[in-house]
Design a protein around this ligand. Structure first.
Ligand SMILES: *Cc1c(COP(=O)(O)O)cnc(C)c1O
Length: 500
């Protein structure tokens, strides 16, 4: 199978090249030239397999330049026993009636990004062996919280790689900061910057493309790569859990082979819900995909009106991983829906860059509404949902998951569509303990993050994940802060790598 760019269809590369390059030179995103189709028998055959075995089968359909032994090695490494706190890796638990929760946060950092970032290093090393021979890979990440920690855990002590994460000094939660500053591993670095997330991102992008830095890298046999969510190597692992959830629904006798189900996805950069779309295209019986947003509801408006408009107020919410106005992975959907018309994608994205907005035609909007529904929910409703769901169903959800639960309830009430449903749960409630606690008590929580974790445990009897409880006693390894200009950030990079 070959991959092409959303902005230049004449480009054709292998999956290994798509993964090592991350983004296409024309600024587009890599997509498979065709979507592999599967039969119901294929889905049936996955039913009694473990998560790892299911992953090997689904990934093999996309990574055709890798042998089944190679793929097997990647998957065994990524989801190895002990790394995920649930044996099922991504279990489906029942909320009520035929509404279920797909828990994607049992990995090392308690957020769903582990599902992809545990596998990405293996894919990247495997790919670079084919395309770059023996260079050392340097991963630079700018993070607003979850991605940085998940990438650090994914790449720690992986041979031939080094990883360095920049985060905004005052822009991440205390728990997220603690997670990053105590990171273990011999090839990792973490640095705060005096600036916001955009400053961190701008600095990292400038370093990536600076000619002088690239020369120094070349001389030292080093090469940059990226772990961010537009890399195909982050998207493809996410397709697996949609198949896995469907199989678990069959095993639980909630559905029969061939029955359609709905998925509700708390969405930010549109990666997770795009993986669901690929699963559907492949032949997984899906009725509708429901896109859930917080107060930053640019996608709700787009899906209901066909007009994408990022010129609007930006809200800082209690579901920060969804505080996004430009959902990068949407570009892949736009490309697919326009019949792979790269010229159209170029013009729509030129308009987004120039005016902050673009609009699709009636036909394309119709194609979207055939598959997608969308809804949004503000912080107040998010908190009420956390409390109601806990009181009614004894289920403790995090702030992102609560947005999806609320949007799901609204959708069912408005449409009467009671198709069996799976809601993606993207973070452990303990990762956002302050907000969850205050949702339950009605008071604003204050004080030490670890006190709140204990309070939440006492109140609910739900144990916090080991990985978060242990943080309290871990040694802080990284406490440096640098200025936000590129020279300061470059010095941090060079120091860490021991180059000049
Ligand atoms: C990243 C993230 C999301 C958004 O996922 P996308 O793939 O970017 O849409 C939702 N919830 C949590 C907790 C996340 O970390």
């Amino acid at each position: 199978m070959l991959y092409t760019s959303t902005r230049d269809k004449s480009l054709k590369v292998s999956s290994a090249e798509a993964i090592t390059r991350g983004i296409s030179p024309d600024g587009g995103l890599f997509v498979p030239c065709e979507v592999p189709e599967v039969s119901l028998e294929f889905i049936e055959s996955l039913k009694d397999m473990s998560y790892k075995e299911r992953a090997k089968k689904v990934l093999a359909l996309y990574l055709t330049d890798f042998s089944s032994d190679e793929i097997s090695g990647f998957v065994e490494g990524a989801y190895k026993d002990g790394k995920f706190s649930s044996e099922d890796v991504a279990p489906v638990v029942k909320l009520h009636d035929n509404v279920n929760i797909l828990e994607l946060w049992h990995g090392p950092t308690c957020a769903f990004k582990d599902m992809a970032l545990q596998l990405l290093p293996h894919l990247l090393i495997g790919s670079s062996k084919k395309t770059l021979k023996d260079k050392e890979i340097v991963i630079l990440v700018a993070t607003s919280g979850d991605t940085g920690k998940a990438a650090l855990e994914g790449f720690r002590d992986v041979d031939s790689t080094k990883i360095l994460v920049f985060y905004p000094e005052d822009g991440v939660s205390p728990m997220q900061k603690r997670q990053m500053c105590t990171q273990e591993g011999n090839n990792v670095g973490v640095c705060a910057i005096n600036g916001n997330f955009d400053d961190a991102q701008t600095g990292v992008k400038a370093i990536f493309t600076d000619e002088d830095i690239l020369k120094v890298f070349d001389k030292n046999n080093l090469v940059f790569s990226s772990a961010n969510s537009i890399n195909w190597g982050r998207l493809v692992p996410q397709i697996v859990y949609y198949f896995s959830a469907y199989c678990d629904m069959m095993k639980q006798n909630q559905i029969q082979l061939g029955d359609k189900i709905n998925f509700v996805v708390p969405t930010g950069n549109f990666g997770n819900i795009l993986a669901a779309y690929y699963a559907m295209k492949m032949g997984l019986p899906i009725n509708r995909l429901i896109c859930a947003s917080n107060a930053n509801n640019v996608l709700t408006d787009f899906i209901t009106t066909g007009k994408y408009n990022k010129n609007r107020d930006f809200y800082t919410t209690i579901s920060p991983s969804m505080d996004i106005l430009i959902s990068s992975n949407l570009e892949r959907l736009i490309f697919l829906l326009h019949g792979e018309d790269d010229e159209k994608v170029r013009s729509l994205y030129a308009s987004l860059k120039e005016n902050g907005t673009f609009e699709i035609s009636e036909d394309i909007l119709k194609k979207i509404s055939d598959v997608y529904s969308a809804g949004c929910c503000d912080d107040n409703d998010t908190k009420n949902t956390i409390r109601n769901v806990y009181e009614k169903y004894n289920y403790l959800s995090d702030t992102h998951t609560a947005v999806a639960i609320k949007v799901c309830e609204d959708y069912r009430a408005e449409t009467g569509d009671l198709t069996p449903t799976v809601i993606d749960s993207t973070a452990s409630p303990y990762k956002f303990a302050a907000s969850v606690l205050s949702a339950l008590t009605g008071d604003s929580a204050a004080g030490d993050e670890f006190d709140m974790v204990s309070q939440l445990e006492e109140m609910t009897g739900v144990k916090a994940p080991e990985q978060l409880r242990n943080l309290k006693d871990k040694k802080v390894r990284f406490s440096n802060v640098c200025e936000k200009d590129m020279d300061s950030m470059r010095s941090v990079v060079f120091d860490m790598l021991g180059i000049e």
